[in-house]
Design a protein around this ligand. Structure first.
Ligand SMILES: [Zn+2]
Ligand SMILES: [Zn+2]
Length: 272
């Protein structure tokens, strides 16, 4: 079974330059799942020829705009393009109210069923989705608003992808990251801005590398790169001092998750 990860946005906070904000489409044996939905995600889905209407499941880590503000527009476009099939949205508590209020106050609606699985932070770790292809387990992480990381496990070959964005440094994350074939960690700041990272509950590059090493993952992907780093070489170097098998995500990058080898094939962008 193929396990593909399409990076639609790899930047933090501001959609500037070559990096839009967080969104990824996973394709697990033909089942597609959208992971986070920043502003402009629907445009990036089209750009990468991923077929908007083939998405049936959206998973949101937290309600900060750089992970969530693309969702009303995406749902509206699905409606305008004639969708009738339901969409499942897994998101922190409050997302449903935001979407329903937005549609109510703006006179928009969607003509297809929206199914909701709202995660309550007080409930801790929880399985939020499963089908024949994969399971998705959510775990709470320490950020400035209720935030979840996700462990996505392929059912056939057991490949595991962990997405953890955004988070403060905490070794309590390790059991959830442990043994992943690929770990996607946020990497908002270089080591020199450790104080800012702590204040804003984000990671430095060195902290991301350290967590990957301590968790015993196969490979680390750095994402959620601050717009202040036009070239991410410094972040990569600092992470690799802690954990060598690391690369930096780029928008429109496609990754194929492999078991028992280098685990990731980095494909060039489909368009320059
Ligand atoms: Zn963010
Ligand atoms: Zn955030």
């Amino acid at each position: 079974m193929n396990f593909l990860i399409n990076i639609l946005g790899s930047g933090a906070a501001l959609p500037i330059g070559a990096r839009r904000c967080s969104a990824q489409v996973l394709n697990i044996g033909g089942f597609k799942l959208l992971l986070d939905c920043a502003e402009g995600t629907q445009d990036r889905i089209r750009y990468n020829h991923l077929k908007l209407q083939s998405l049936s499941t959206v998973v949101i880590s937290h309600l900060h705009g750089d992970h969530f503000f693309g969702l009303p527009g995406l749902l509206s476009t699905m409606h305008l393009c004639g969708r009738t099939e339901p969409v499942l949205i897994v998101a922190p508590k409050g997302a449903r109210e935001v979407i329903e209020t937005t549609f109510a106050l703006t006179g928009n609606h969607v003509g297809f069923p929206l199914e909701w699985h709202e995660m309550d932070f007080a409930e801790g770790c929880q399985r939020v989705f499963e089908n024949r292809k994969c399971t998705v387990d959510a775990f709470p992480i320490d950020h400035t608003v209720p935030t979840y990381g996700f462990r996505i496990s392929e059912n056939a070959n057991g490949k595991t992808y962990v997405y953890c964005c955004d988070t403060a440094y905490s070794e309590s994350l390790l059991p959830h990251l442990s043994g992943a074939d690929l770990l996607c960690l946020e990497c908002t700041f270089a080591n020199e801005l450790a104080n800012l990272a702590e204040e804003r509950k984000h990671l430095t590059a060195g902290q991301a590398g350290r967590l990957a090493r301590m968790a015993g993952v196969l490979q680390l992907m750095l994402s959620h790169i601050s717009a202040r780093y036009r070239e991410p070489d410094l972040l990569l170097q600092q992470a690799m001092q802690e954990f060598e098998n690391t690369f930096v995500a780029a928008d429109n990058m496609r990754i194929e998750l492999k078991k028992d080898e280098a685990s990731v094939i980095k494909m060039p962008s489909q368009k320059s």
